[in-house]
Write a protein that binds this ligand. Sequence first.
Ligand code: GLU
Length: 282
Amino acid sequence: MTLVMTQPYRGRLAPTPTGHLHLGHARTFWVAQQRAQAQGGVLVLRIEDLDRDRCKPQYTLDLLEDLAWFGLRWQEGLDLGGPYAPYRQQDRLDVYQRVWQQLNRLGVIYPSPHSRRDVARALSAPHEGDREVILPPQLRPDRWPQVEQPGAVNWRFRVPDGETITFVDGNLGLRSFTAGQDFGDFIVWRRDGFPSYDLAVVADDQAMAISEVVRGEDLLLATAKQILLYRALGWSIPGFYHCPLVRDQAGRRLAKRDGVNSLRSLRQRGITPETLRQIVNL
Ligand code: GLU
């Protein structure tokens, strides 16, 4: 008989308090809750408030109320404490600094003093809108002075050009993205002294022993980048489950800035959580 040791299921809700949560967030979080419950697991609430200019404490208070109203419950996070506290990213800068140091020691990241404008100028093809910027070879240094602290400069992860990163998404199946084509050297540390989203989220998901990451489909490409970070750091890679984005009647993705679909405003209009769950097929 073989004994199979399974890790306990640990999922997370990772809202960013830059505005009021909308129905799309609630839908994704509901799926996260269902998946954790189905496996007798634990759900962690982590507040992703690294963007100091745009995150507001009031939005954190409001989202706690909105999530609870929608029927979401978590077992760790915020004042609930637990072994991985604190759960606010602003309080975890030391964790991220240690990860920067590890990556620096491994030689897989490099300082990148170029502004967006420098990058745009060096690219031969014009870069449109939200498309990923692939750093051109002349802006990727072969050597740079060794330092112990990041300093006031951006740092990028050097991606393995031409390598296809493949993962099996729990919802969407096999997904692949090619480094150097679908995405280029991405920022891991910012010159303002804060980690990038990708570094912080990988550091936290590892530290909090998250076994499955449930999030929106808009972060599929980020998953490929994050897998490269896990791999470089020698950490085991969690499962991923990306949820479809909720769209408005005109087919546009919901955004925090359009208040009409916020949970708050739906609640104020007297719509119940049960009705909302039906609307988004939960
Ligand atoms: N905090 C991110 C957001 O609100 C989600 C990050 C993640 O799930 O990895 O979009």
